[in-house]
Design a binder for this molecule. Structure first.
Ligand code: PRP
Ligand code: MN
Ligand code: MG
Length: 183
């Protein structure tokens, strides 16, 4: 029990399905980055569950680093469109192979902002691994190199994605009940 059962309409992606797909992504990334100097850049906070599970399936030596960025005000359920950097990388990514790890791409504004910023630092390559792609909501086109799942335009939470900053810990992706969204 997670204390959010009353808020769940349905489970969109069960934990075992998530884990199987993440293992596949990890294997694919391991093949693609064999012999390369890989840095995984996790976008906090939402990307943290995905990063920790994904990296367990990446069999090439790699570093991790974190960036905190937000496009949603606290408690907001729609993007404000204003992207803010709350914490920058500690790693110098110049000449290195950088893979951004995100939980979800919605409007694309967060990722667009990160890509523009990180390209100015001259990485050897800069690619994106997103667990969820909510393509119907895209406002800015962003290149996604690895995608776990395409999802419909519904409010989802769990597995790193928050509902008013909570329930990031649940091991599956849930759809919020319609009446909870109106509250
Ligand atoms: C969420 C999500 C992505 C971003 C996607 O983060 O984790 O980073 O929004 O939305 P976009 O494509 O419309 O920019 P949020 O800003 O809620 O911060 P969080 O990860 O700390 O929850
Ligand atoms: Mn995020
Ligand atoms: Mg959020």
């Amino acid at each position: 029990s997670w204390g959010c059962e009353h808020l769940i309409d349905r489970i969109l992606i069960p934990a075992d399905v998530l884990q199987r797909r993440i293992a596949e992504l990890g294997a694919q990334i391991s093949r693609d980055y064999a012999g390369k100097d890989l840095v995984l850049v996790c976008v906090l906070k939402g990307g943290v569950m995905f990063l920790t599970d994904l990296m367990r399936h990446i069999t090439v030596p790699h570093e991790i680093d974190f960036m905190a960025i937000t496009s949603y005000g606290i408690g907001a359920r729609q993007s404000t469109g204003v992207v803010r950097i709350l914490m920058d990388l500690q790693t110098n990514i110049e000449g290195r192979h950088v893979l951004i790890v995100e939980d979800i791409v919605d409007s694309g504004r967060t990722l667009d902002h990160i890509l523009r910023l990180l390209w100015t630092r001259n990485p050897a390559t800069l690619r994106v691994c997103a667990l969820l792609d909510k393509r119907a909501r895209r406002e800015i086109q962003v290149p996604l190199d690895y995608v776990g799942f395409e999802i419909p335009n519904v409010f989802v939470f769990g597995y790193g994605l928050d509902l008013d900053e909570k329930f990031r810990n649940i091991p599956f992706i849930a759809v919020l009940k319609a009446d909870a969204l109106e509250e």
